[in-house]
Design a protein around this ligand. Structure first.
Ligand code: HEC
Length: 152
């Protein structure tokens, strides 16, 4: 029994350590990439204030950032259609900045695990799937559609 169990536990331990290392690397890359988001979402992710308004909503506890990762990926890649004047900024499509699955996974992992968020890691393999899902989308996402998709 122990002859099977010990190697098995060692393998599981190793897998966990590899996961931790992978996440640490994504977090480091993601932190650097967050410079792109900071201009509007602020250095602490709560949304940069301009007068009595903000450039962008807070990412701390954001239902989109911490919700279904495929939708979060869509928001980053395709942006959000500007339908209100609630915020001074525009969530523009950032596909050109996040061309590699590694970069997309890194920014998603960083935002999902920072500012008090605890929504977990996104691997480059998952990022690749999410990117494929949005490949044919030509326009920014609409708020109403995002909310509908989050509910499903
Ligand atoms: C030029 C300004 C700007 C930049 C840069 C920017 N955003 Fe945004 N972001 C916005 C605005 C404005 C909204 C709100 C859009 C709306 O509803 O009209 C938004 C909305 C979001 C939302 C939805 C939040 C919610 O819960 O409603 C997420 C998630 C998000 N942005 C993530 C990011 C990430 C990640 C980056 C960097 C990769 C980024 N944004 C870069 C302006 C920006």
């Amino acid at each position: 029994m122990t002859r099977i169990l010990i190697p098995l536990l060692a393998t599981l331990g190793l897998a966990a350590a590899q996961d931790d290392a992978a996440k640490a690397k994504l977090m480091e890359t993601g932190k650097t990439a967050f410079a792109t988001c900071m201009a509007c979402h602020g250095p602490d992710g709560t949304g940069l204030p301009v007068g009595d308004k903000k450039m962008a909503p807070s990412l701390a506890g954001s239902p989109i950032a911490t919700g279904k990762p495929d939708i979060f990926a869509g928001v980053i890649l395709k942006g959000i259609a500007k339908e209100t004047q609630d915020y001074m900024g525009v969530m523009a499509p950032l596909e050109a900045t996040f061309q590699t699955d590694e970069m997309l996974a890194a920014i998603m992992t960083y935002v999902r695990s920072s500012f008090g968020n605890d929504a977990g890691m996104v691997t480059p393999e998952q990022a690749k799937e999410y990117r494929a899902k949005w490949a044919d989308k030509k326009e920014p996402l609409k708020r109403a559609d995002i909310e509908e998709m989050e509910k499903k």
